[in-house]
Ligand binder design. Structure first.
Ligand code: NAD
Ligand code: ZN
Length: 364
């Protein structure tokens, strides 16, 4: 079977994202071709271990690599300083040195934590990712942002640490719970809206294949999203020029929705789907996007099974307050990523509060 390679061009930190179906069988070769080594520290979580990581680690062992398998409890709370300390300590005890590489097999939690540990242990070990959630395959495994949460805020400690390679096997998504799968699709739809009208139309035309998780559709989807994110990252590797801001479409609203619901009721992607709907409504209301823009975006989100309305028990005024507190508010201005049309978004400041409140409010 063939695979596709996406090259992320970052000078001496350049790397490949290999995308295929069934290609995780050749993970050992993928790693050794890029960073010749005998020792691999595999980090995974308690769900992914039994489903994929144990078998993949055995395979690495069969292919001559010495594997240290470190398993964390599944879930966002594991992305914390205590767990990083735990992993550093285990690695030191087990004699991991700078000739070893770190491999994350899991979703964004495993990737962010393992990447942070790789970036910091002995001042940095080569880092590989084999992402197993849709969100991780299209978003978190690309771009080099690694880190952990503090009790006072998400992703507050971290680094830019580009991987040495990312191997995406879309077959690993077969076991992903339906809700997690759909939540990942919110980010996929986002790429179409912000950067690629043709891709948005592809998604509309392939909803059945998406919902059936057809490998050929998934491969195209992941490939396109990785390329689009890689383009943005190449233009703004360390989030300094502002180019990465477009990726925040729907996220200022979404973060407020997550905060208002205590980070438990809504998955990130679900909050982003509602947030993108708010952003679309606001784009239309201020005359940036044409009439019908929101309707078309919502229709796609809804056929994928994503929510598009703000829960009725949430207070728009409180959500607006939370939006002001989001870290993207800089220089005393609420700058929102809004759309002009599919594939064309920009940053808008000075949007009237009344318009934002109306855009948040449950749609009629
Ligand atoms: P996650 O890693 O918690 O995975 C979601 C759930 O799916 C977990 O219960 C996990 O055990 C399970 N799972 C993973 N793969 C599976 C599979 N193949 N089959 C069955 N179950 C599987 O969450 P996520 O949504 O992948 O990632 C969220 C995290 O990613 C957040 O911490 C977020 O901050 C981070 N993130 C980082 C970036 C970045 O640029 N670094 C970007 C976006 C999000
Ligand atoms: Zn997101």
């Amino acid at each position: 079977d063939t695979t596709d390679l996406i090259r992320v061009d970052l000078g001496e930190r350049s790397y490949d994202i290999e995308i295929g179906s069934g290609n995780s069988a050749s993970l050992a070769g993928f790693i050794e071709a890029r960073r010749p080594t005998e020792h691999v520290v595999v980090v995974t979580d308690s769900n992914v271990a039994g489903l994929h990581a144990d078998a993949l680690s055995d395979r690495l062992t069969d292919q001559g690599l010495e594997v240290l398998l470190l398993e964390i409890d599944a879930g966002e709370p594991s992305k914390c300083a205590d767990m990083a300390f735990e992993l550093w300590s285990r690695m030191l005890e087990e004699g991991v040195d700078r000739k070893s590489v770190v491999l994350a097999i899991g979703g964004g939690v495993v990737g962010d934590l393992a990447g942070f540990v790789a970036a910091t242990f002995m001042r940095g070990l080569p880092f590989f990712q084999a992402p197993t959630t849709l969100l991780a395959q299209v978003d978190s495994s690309v771009g080099g942002k690694v880190g952990i949460n503090l009790p006072g805020g998400k992703n507050m400690v971290g680094a830019f640490w580009q991987p040495a390679g990312v191997l995406v096997d879309v077959d690993l998504l077969a076991t992903l719970p339906e809700r997690e799968y759909r939540a990942g699709m919110a980010e996929v739809v986002k790429y179409g809206v912000i950067l690629d009208a043709e891709f948005f139309a592809y998604l509309e035309a392939n909803v059945e294949g998406i919902n059936a998780r057809l490998p050929e559709v998934l491969r195209h989807v992941v490939k396109r999203c990785c390329r689009l994110k890689a383009d943005v990252v190449e233009a703004d590797e360390t989030e300094t020029s502002g180019r990465r801001a477009v990726l925040n479409y729907g996220h200022t609203f979404g973060h407020a929705l997550e905060a208002a619901t205590g980070y438990t009721r809504l998955l990130h992607g679900e909050a982003v789907a509602i947030g993108m709907t708010c952003a679309a409504r606001l784009s239309e209301a201020i005359g940036a996007a044409p009439c019908g823009f929101t309707q078309r975006q919502s229709a796609l989100l809804e056929t994928i099974g994503l929510p598009t309305t703000t829960p009725v028990d949430l207070d728009p005024e409180e959500l607006l307050e939370l939006m002001w507190r989001d870290k993207k508010v800089e220089g005393g201005q609420l700058r929102l990523v809004l759309a002009r049309t599919f594939g064309d978004v920009g940053l808008f400041a000075d949007t009237p509060s009344e318009a934002i409140l109306t855009a948040i409010g449950p749609s009629t």
